[in-house]
Design a protein around this ligand. Structure first.
Ligand code: AMP
Length: 380
């Protein structure tokens, strides 16, 4: 029987889940999203929208009334409300509540003997001083809840910055973590369906700028032993976390080529956008197959790909000229956001080695040319 799908969050991830759901029309009869922004990207793609906050009890209950299965594109849903619903929710609210709090996530991973950077809860300024004496500098002071794209992180490099960092997050629950001197950031997009089958896409390399993902290179340029280690860790992570769906497992490769988990997203992930063209089954279709209990699709990487995020430029907020691009092997995806803001994710493009004739450096060269063509310019 066809199911009515509910999605908490209708940004670009909700939009691409909606598009994948429309292609699975034999399985899904209706798509409803909950998002606070009227005419959010997912609504523009054809989902019915309930306008409301992700934590709003009434709005979540309304979404549940219109859905047979609920999933989410963001971690900030209200787990107290989700736990009480009779509607199926994937991945499970218990997994969501572990992941929502960066401290409980790190505790969970370390209790399950998964590698994480040394960390502590922070309850006062004195406590922060004491924990820094144990860890040594540099450290990252992190906001535990509702922080994404590095917005809740403060890197403390010297003693003199400790108080400033603490005041910066005044009133928020905090944790501190040893700074990892990594040589590369990587991620594995893994998936489990409701039947318990697990699969993973090949590991990718992620390049961040100002804490925000700028580029993903698929596959990652690392040795087989690093790939094997990361895959083992991803597999173990999937075995300890409950729930069906796609999970983005972000990791560091340190200077000794050791893998350390940074964090886990219980949802489709920016570093999986390359799968739209590089793999037979995109992460968005895969997520839906997983939560609907269908057989998983292939996770093989068919074409090498470089994904580049189009971000709102600094110092500009407002409407921008339409971005267009036509070039063989380059796939532009804009998210339908009317207004640009500094660092806002407005779209991405994938440079795909469609004829299997280019190496990664050539794909990076093309990405570099294209990024100068798809710049965000004010409409005025
Ligand atoms: P987060 O939002 O916590 O995933 O952090 C965003 C970015 O901050 C990561 O992609 C890393 O570039 C950086 N970061 C986070 N935690 C650490 C750490 N312990 N050591 C070094 N860099 C980090």
């Amino acid at each position: 029987m066809k199911k009515r799908l509910g999605i908490i969050g209708g940004g670009q991830l909700g939009m691409m889940i909606t598009e994948a759901a429309q292609d699975l029309s034999d399985e899904i009869s209706k798509i409803t999203v909950l998002d606070p922004t009227d005419n959010c990207p997912a609504a523009q793609a054809g989902a019915k929208q309930i306008v409301g906050d992700f934590k709003d009890k009434n709005a979540i209950v309304k979404l549940a009334e219109q859905s047979d299965i609920i999933t989410y594109e963001i971690e900030s849903g209200n787990t107290d409300v989700l736990n009480k619903l009779n509607t199926e929710i994937e991945p499970s609210p218990s997994t969501l509540s572990i992941i929502q709090d960066k401290l409980s996530q790190k505790k969970f991973l370390s209790e399950n003997e998964l590698p994480v950077s040394e960390f502590y809860e922070i309850i006062s300024l004195d406590d922060l001083h004491e924990k820094i004496r144990e860890l040594g500098l540099p450290v990252l002071l992190k906001v535990r809840h509702d922080a994404y794209d590095g917005r809740g992180n403060f890197k403390i490099v010297s003693e003199t910055e400790i108080e400033k960092a603490y005041q910066y997050f005044d009133g928020k629950s905090l944790m501190v973590e040893k700074f990892v001197d990594f040589k590369m950031e990587v991620s594995v997009i893994a998936v489990r369906n409701t039947k318990g089958e697990i699969a993973a896409y090949p590991m990718v390399e992620n390049i961040h700028e100002n804490n925000i993902l700028k580029m993903t290179i698929a596959p990652a340029r690392v040795s087989d032993s690093v790939i094997n280690d990361a895959n083992e860790i991803a597999k173990k992570t999937m075995h300890v976390l409950k729930g069906a769906g796609v999970f983005g497992i972000e990791m560091f490769v340190d200077q000794n080529s050791k893998i350390i988990i940074n964090e886990i997203a219980p949802r489709v992930h920016n570093s999986g956008h390359h799968t739209l063209q590089s793999c037979k089954t995109s992460q968005f279709e895969q997520h839906l197959r997983a939560i609907l209990g269908l057989d998983l699709g292939s996770t093989d990487l068919v074409h090498k790909t470089v994904m580049y995020n189009i971000l709102g430029p600094g110092g500009f907020e407002g409407k921008y000229k339409p971005v267009q691009l036509e070039k063989d092997g380059v796939y532009l995806k804009m998210y339908g956001k009317n207004v640009s803001k500094p660092q806002r994710k407005l779209g991405h493009f994938n440079v795909v080695d469609i004829n299997d004739s280019k190496n990664t450096s050539e794909l990076l060269g093309i990405a570099d040319e294209i990024k100068n063509i798809v710049t965000i310019v004010s409409l005025d």
